[in-house]
Ligand binder design. Structure first.
Ligand SMILES: [Zn+2]
Length: 450
């Protein structure tokens, strides 16, 4: 087995993955709070940790990938109130929408997708433990974590304890013993239409304790990889880490892995791209292949811009592989292939460097194009399979001549830019030349008209 290393936020180092049990890895990635359709930025952790799980499975690990759905949260009460619907109904509708939208990425589902609303008994017993141990206190139906009772607080985000703001505003300020403390349980307030019974009265959990309890339920403590966006390092993950360590005496996770944000740069962005930041619309405009390629073309730790240029580059990369696929044949790859294959997987083993891996895959494509006709595609299929892009090799472009395939590529660019009039015009031109283009889940397919 290759040694696999990942950047760990807690230590600030690239560290080797060392499972509790050889060959088994648990991954918990914080999922969305379901109060609206998710956007491309929310999709990034889903893609990064789904692909990381695929890679680890390729390397022979037995992976349990958990991505929760936060369906009890202040944002949901606020959005439901504004929309005039019940918060439970809104959370259910938006959970369904999240599942449908992420299904469109074609990466399969995580092994577990726990809901906070279905994890109340473990959440409540974890809070009870913290109260019993003196790490938390109840006041008027609320329960707060006592930050100064936990000496290692700040170990994850490396912030100075006096520079920390829990982001809870004035809420509960007069009940907290210390402004640093954060809520574990909140008494039901007027306008909140969901609540659960607890030893402290009716109410609902704070966001951070939900994740500590869900992760422990499914993966135990001291599990291998805890993930999420860099925006969650503080306070969310700092608090998850503190609660679990304080209650259990063991760390929640071994490696804390964070993905960079997706940035919208209004200067570099056409209006159309701004409109398709919602995942569902981005999938419709670019297709899942180009979106997965877009995510893989950036290192997971770096922020990535969401703009026309990058999406068009991704679409062109997809097209390049599809075109090369026409000349590949099934079966083992030639002697020049293994070093590139090795470079691909070594890049992923070194802090999951997907752009370096992709570069090796594209070099493979270039060498195959140079080599001419009878190149066996097995190695490329194996590489692309880790990114769930091996479908690109299955597309039958029939025996379309170059100018027809160029029209298909131009139509993809037009569709990507939401220029549907131009896309329709090209479709008409293709038809006039005897070809029908169909937009399948794996991209456009060409059919020769009888
Ligand atoms: Zn979380």
């Amino acid at each position: 087995m290759r040694t696999i290393s990942l950047h760990d936020t807690r230590t600030g180092e690239i560290r080797a993955l060392e499972p509790r049990e050889p060959g088994r890895v648990g991954i918990y990635a914080c999922g969305p709070t379901v109060y609206g359709r998710i956007h491309v930025g929310n999709a990034r952790p889903f893609v990064v940790f789904s692909l990381l799980a695929r890679f680890l499975e390729h390397e022979g690990y037995d992976v349990t990938f958990v991505a929760n759905i936060t369906d009890v949260n202040d944002k949901i009460y606020a959005a439901a109130g504004a929309a005039g619907v019940g918060s439970e109904q809104l959370a259910r509708e938006m959970s369904d929408a999240y599942i449908a939208d992420t299904d469109g990425l074609g990466l399969g589902r995580p092994d577990s997708e726990p809901l906070a609303s279905e994890t109340m008994p473990p959440i409540i017993s974890l809070i009870e433990e913290l109260v019993n141990d003196g790490h938390a206190y109840a006041v008027d139906g609320d329960v707060y974590f006592s930050v100064r009772s936990y000496p290692d607080y700040g170990e994850l985000s490396h912030r100075n304890i006096d520079d920390m703001d829990q982001g809870e505003g004035v809420e509960g300020a007069e009940r907290k013993r210390d402004p640093l403390d954060f809520a574990l349980w909140k008494a039901q307030k007027p306008g909140e239409d969901t609540a659960w019974d607890s030893p402290w009265g009716r109410g609902r959990p704070g966001w951070h304790i939900e994740c500590s309890a869900m992760a422990e339920q499914l993966l135990g403590v001291d599990f291998e990889i805890h993930g999420g966006g860099t925006d969650l390092i503080f306070p969310h993950h700092e608090n998850e880490a503190a609660q679990t360590r304080a209650a259990r005496g063991e760390p929640l996770a071994r490696l804390w892995v964070h993905n960079g944000m997706v940035r919208l740069d209004s200067d570099k962005m056409s209006k159309s791209v701004g409109n398709i930041f919602v995942l569902r619309d981005a999938l419709e405009s670019y297709g899942r292949d180009a979106l997965i390629m877009y995510f893989c073309s950036g290192h997971y730790r770096q922020p990535v811009e969401f703009d026309d240029e990058r999406l068009e580059q991704a679409a062109a990369g997809v097209q390049r592989i599809r075109e090369a696929a026409r000349r590949l044949q099934p079966g083992p790859s030639p002697a020049w292939s293994p070093p590139l294959r090795e470079r691909f997987f070594a890049a992923l083993a070194d802090d999951f460097n997907t752009p370096a891996a992709l570069a090796a895959a594209f070099e493979w494509v270039r060498d195959a194009n140079r080599a001419g006709d009878a190149v066996g595609g097995a190695d490329l299929r194996e590489m692309l399979g880790v990114f769930a892009l091996d479908n690109l090799l299955d597309v039958q472009q029939a025996e379309a001549p170059d100018e027809i395939r160029a029209l298909v590529a131009a139509r993809e660019v037009a569709r990507g830019g939401r220029d549907f009039a131009e896309a329709d015009r090209i479709r008409g031109e293709l038809k006039a030349r005897g070809w029908e283009v169909r937009d399948g889940p794996d991209g456009p397919e060409l059919l020769a008209l009888p």
